[in-house]
Design a protein around this ligand. Structure first.
Ligand code: COA
Length: 393
């Protein structure tokens, strides 16, 4: 029996910053951002969104009556959670109307959280093939105004249902993991912006990639020639390309061309949104599934997950016959095209205003935000969420 990703949903806020505008404001050559970093735009989160609402907005469109009945595990992968105690999964369960009998919790290991959730969900479904899991990766990537990491910010969520006989991607039974105590990126409890040793982080990421992909091939008799495409955690798309290039000398010229072409498909969405932290690898997978012209059922795709601190994991998925979903693709393309472009002054103002955690009572007007699920403020230290029926199916 195959187990894997049955459906994928994606949400990103309805506002973005054009990185040519940012480059001009920061006295940088736009080509550094567009080519050197590999990003064109970056999502900007309004006050009416957070990790919970983005997860709900990503999951809601993909859930049907069968999912609502069969989901008995809800895993909320995030490193930008909204409460130090209560998990985002419980808010999500309530907002989506999922069964009260479901096990729901939050999981954190930097950008690796959603992968940990998927691996757990896979084992759960293997033992309970009549049940399903909902796994979300949802985050707000914030480094700070005028920092080196500013160009690699972003926000959004990817939601996935994990089931037996999945229609999209069957997951390998095994994977190769590698972890070590590394201070490449972290966020102390008193901070809303991450701290990062960017160049060191890039090096560790590439080292972990080579270690895990080689270990996978050795342990599980997999040849690199079996892989039609490789997908990566993409904090910014150039980093995935750098890692891919380290492996190119090990394959033929024809395979190099194929991998590089599939890589371009796998970064179309990420280039427009920026870093999603835990969701980034799965947004890249979604981009590959939607944008690749050469991918077909049966193709094997390598997935490299990386969470600073640091944990790396390499595993393989087999593309299933139902992987193309034209509705999903048009919905995502339309959502990206219809976003409002902010100028740098507006972006800086919004960046400074978000988040509004440090107050017992606050009201946020969600009216300009067209999303189905919105954050409307805090009452007596309790976060308030709303589902707006006019946006619901
Ligand atoms: N045209 C084209 N490319 C240019 C350029 C130009 N005018 N100017 C610079 N570049 C290239 C550089 O050569 C470099 O490419 P390379 O990495 O292939 O060598 C790239 O642009 C970035 O330049 P660099 O000087 O290294 O940028 P930086 O010191 O400002 O830092 C990061 C870049 C990525 C390290 C920084 O944005 C960061 O720390 N981001 C966070 C990373 C992260 O999230 N890590 C943890 C999660 S994995």
């Amino acid at each position: 029996m195959n187990v894997g990703i049955d459906k994928l949903g994606f949400y990103t806020p309805a506002y973005y910053l054009d990185l040519v505008d940012l480059a001009r404001a920061r006295n940088e050559d736009p080509q550094k951002y567009l080519v050197g970093i590999g990003q064109a735009q970056q999502a900007v989160i309004p006050q009416s969104q957070d990790a919970v609402t983005m997860a709900a907005n990503a999951a809601s469109p993909i859930l049907d009556a069968t999912n609502r009945k069969q989901i008995s595990l809800i895993i909320f992968g995030t490193e930008s959670g909204v409460d130090n105690s209560k998990s985002g999964a419980i808010y999500l369960q309530n907002l989506l109307g999922l069964p009260r009998s479901a096990r729901a919790f939050e999981i954190k290991q930097a950008c690796y959280g959603a992968t940990a959730g998927i691996q757990m969900a896979k084992e759960f479904v293997k033992n309970h093939p009549d049940q399903q899991a909902l796994v979300v990766g949802t985050d707000v990537a914030r480094y700070g105004l005028q920092t080196a990491g500013e160009v690699t910010q972003g926000s959004g969520a990817v939601a996935m249902t994990i089931s037996a006989n999945p229609r999209t991607l069957a997951l390998s039974a095994n994977s190769s993991v590698y972890s070590d105590d590394i201070m490449d990126f972290w966020r102390p409890l008193n901070r809303t912006e991450a701290l990062v040793d960017g160049h060191y982080s890039n090096d560790i990421y590439q080292q972990f990639f080579l270690k895990t992909v080689h270990a996978y091939c050795e342990q599980y008799q997999c040849s690199l020639t079996d892989l039609q495409a490789l997908t990566f955690h993409l904090p910014y798309t150039k980093l995935g390309l750098k890692a891919l290039r380290t492996l190119l000398p090990e394959v033929s010229a024809a395979q190099q061309t194929q991998w590089l072409s599939e890589f371009e498909a796998s970064r179309v969405y990420n280039r427009q949104v920026g870093n999603l932290y835990t969701g980034s690898l799965y947004l890249s997978l979604l981009s590959l599934l939607d944008q690749s012209e050469g991918l077909s059922a049966g193709a094997k795709v390598g997935l490299f997950s990386y969470g600073s601190g640091a944990q790396g994991e390499f595993f393989v998925g087999t593309v299933q016959p139902g992987f193309r979903d034209e509705q999903r693709r048009s919905r995502i393309e339309a959502a990206l095209a219809q976003r409002t472009r902010l100028d740098v002054d507006q972006y800086e103002e919004w960046f400074t205003q978000w988040p509004t955690f440090n107050t017992a009572n606050v009201t946020i007007d969600p009216a300009p935000d067209g999303a189905e699920f919105v954050f409307t403020g805090v009452v007596d230290n309790k976060r308030q969420y709303q589902r707006r029926p006019e946006n619901a199916d």
